[in-house]
Design a protein around this ligand. Sequence first.
Ligand SMILES: [Zn+2]
Length: 530
Amino acid sequence: MSEELLINISPMESRVAVLDNGVLGEIYIERHNKLGLVGNIYLGTVVRVLPGMQAAFVDIGQSRTAFLHVNDMQREPRPVAEKKNKAQDSINNERTIIDAATDELAITPPVVSAQSTEVVPVAKTLIQHRLHESQRILVQVTKDQLGSKGARLTTNISLPSRYLVYLPSSEHIGISQRIDGDEERTRLKTELSSLMQTVNLKGGLIARTAAERVPVDKLEEDIYYLLQLWRTICARRQEMKPNQSSELIYQELSLPLRSIRDLVHADTEKVIIDNAQIYEQVRYFAKEFVPFVYDRIVHYNAEQSLFDVHRVEDDLRDALKRRVDLKSGGYLIIDQTEAMTTIDVNTGSFVGARSLEDTVYKTNLEATHAIARQLRLRNLGGIIILDFIDMLEQQHKDDILESLQAQLTQDYAKTKITQVSELGLVEMTRKRTRESLGQQLCEPCSTCQGRGFVKTAETVCFEIFREIMRCARTYNSPKKFTVVAHAAVIDLLLTSESDTVADLEYLLGRVITFDVENLYTQEQYDIVLD
Ligand SMILES: [Zn+2]
């Protein structure tokens, strides 16, 4: 399968589209106003130590000083100044740098934890014995600053890659609990520990859920990336000048760089970027960390928008609709609620009885492809119920299930068909990763309050009649009523409902007049009394 990555940059957002054989498969969107500091690593300076709270305020160059609690510093990095010479001498020596970075941890043994029987002097666990004012310290942000509260920090650095998380201050190799099967867990543990030895990377690793069944050469690429990254961080922390109080050492990657880290692989033929500055950034990043893709990165600066040229804009618009048309004439209806997603398969037009089973079979078969694509594109997660069109032949039923299964194996997210109910409903789950496309881009419709339907103009007319009668009873002799409403409602009042209006005027002895309000939705109206 050939893959292309399209990266579209605008002042307000970055969007990354993954094309499989020219067709939009996945879309990632990052709105720039929602970016935070979480994941960033700073070399900060301790401003105050608060023994009473067992915490410290650390200057990381933000408007508020950040907060570090003793529980978030299980292990104590040695102050940078003491290490300076050793580390500087060895910037180009991978082995020594990694050693330097991890043997800092040996200065203070870890605090007693559940797995450790090591006894640590109590004094070492108190913050006032571990930190002092004006001390420099390497910290990572775990929570953004909010209002008057500063950001929350940890000294337990973690660096994510596509399949792994590197923990410089740990010694364990952990496997995501979502990875099933003892055999696979053991394989990952064995392979990761031998890879770490090969490249001489010290510290701990976590295999993320995405690592399941990933071949060893891919894991090796990841370890290599983490090694390069950690080397860069170790080198950069030495660069801070004595008069500086804080420095951003590592920034959680922006979407364009993350997509190079997480989405690019051997089958990626091209990465096309429509912004010169980001193009340069991505090239620089790729050269350093993902060298095999470097020559496949292209800058696009033609007049027509990149997403229009590749039909991404159209596909994106369609990916928000309930209905997905199939080539065979059938269609899917996709409904997402908080609890689950249901996908209903329908045949298009009436088909003769003789070819019915055949048409249904073909439609269902096509639907399995469309469903798998839509799950990825819309990033639907959680429980998913598929309602295929009823089929008579058992062989057909088996084929459909088999085809669905085959399509789902292409999905990067973990999927599982849990059961086929007596009514023929296929129940499946898909691992929730981020918000679905709909949740990210849409909100409940304010016209229908999320019901998906609006009252008909006739229903609204009848509401208006009841409201006029209520007003006539409640208020003392208004001279006239004016109905202000949507054009469709007023049209109806002046045509098919005009008899009722006349009856009402006679009954109440009042005149009723009408005004169209273009800003009103079909359900909105006002009754004005004169
Ligand atoms: Zn609506």
